[in-house]
Ligand binder design. Sequence first.
Ligand code: HEC
Ligand code: HEC
Length: 320
Amino acid sequence: MTRMRFLTGTGIVLLLIGGAMQAYHPKLESPPVTAEIQAPDNVKQILRQRCYSCHSNETKLPWYDNLAPAYWIVRSDVLEAREHLNFSTIGAKAEAVQRGMLFESVNTVQLGSMPLPRYLAVHRDAGVTPDELATLRHYLETPPAQASAPAPAAAADTQFQHWIASNGKPMQAEPDMQVQPEWNGVPFLPEYKNWKPVSSTERWDNHTMRQILGNDIALKAIADGKIDNWPDGTVFAKVAWLQQPDGKGGITTGAFQQVELMIKDSKKYASAEGWGWGRWRGDDLKPYGKDAAFQNECISCHEPVAHSDHVYTMPIGGAQ
Ligand code: HEC
Ligand code: HEC
């Protein structure tokens, strides 16, 4: 009997706390949809259903997400997601930019980092189905309707090779430019330009938008098959370019966008899953972020591949 009363008491206290939490309910604004992404209806339909709750100005939360504390988490995810990619405004950008962003999107879905795994854990049927993924890929594999010819991959390759050969100097950079380390102290390693492309996951586009390079230690680990726990000293670089229209309806590699590094040091970077994370953006290679917390973004998005030491790239078949 006393036990019963105790339980009821606890229940009431919990209810009161739960109720009190609802009082703090900062508003989630829905700014107007100024320029929705331009894509066929079947593609938009999938994005609307799977991604718009975070990546658009048309957030519709299920009732249980409207309850604190879930609401606080979802709200901050939505605000951050909109900042990265907003399907309600991206329609104002060039078509090639929209396609480039869709390519990024499909890649994140394919590799399991989107929708956010912590969101899928709660919203079990919110994931992209294999059929939907196929629809998205099919759209991206089809050249834009008015294209006379897709940008020749060879030309983009030449451009990439040229970039490597030119020592990868970000376009207008001063030769004596001093690149600052990241906020977490991770240094910029200009020698990444001399590393080799690492054979990646299935290549289904013409790989003109990003390249993943590995240093000698990475290549040796690949050759030795030691890839589920990369040795200290392994470094990966991911280099990305923006895409731009080639004027003929196709897409060609555009301006240099950013370099990202992952430097393995299991002791030094123990608190960051054993990797030093860094991202340098733009022609002036400005360190990304406002403080060292930027790396949480990297780590959380690489979390789905924690089983492979947080590395996405699967060098099946060895280095090229
Ligand atoms: C629950 C909210 C949520 C959902 C649903 C969601 N995302 Fe995200 N997305 C985020 C957040 C938050 C970020 C910022 C990076 C991070 O913290 O992981 C992000 C980042 C991204 C990025 C990286 C953009 C950049 O800066 O390069 C892409 C691409 C992306 N999401 C695509 C998608 C796609 C495609 C879908 C639907 C299939 C989707 N997301 C669904 C929350 C979400
Ligand atoms: C929105 C999810 C997302 C975020 C945020 C993210 N990454 Fe990645 N990253 C990926 C995916 C997916 C790949 C696999 C290659 C690809 O598709 O581009 C990747 C690949 C890489 C690679 C090549 C090695 C590998 O794992 O394949 C490096 C280096 C890298 N990311 C660094 C970073 C750094 C540094 C940050 C933070 C500043 C970061 N990433 C944030 C999703 C993300």
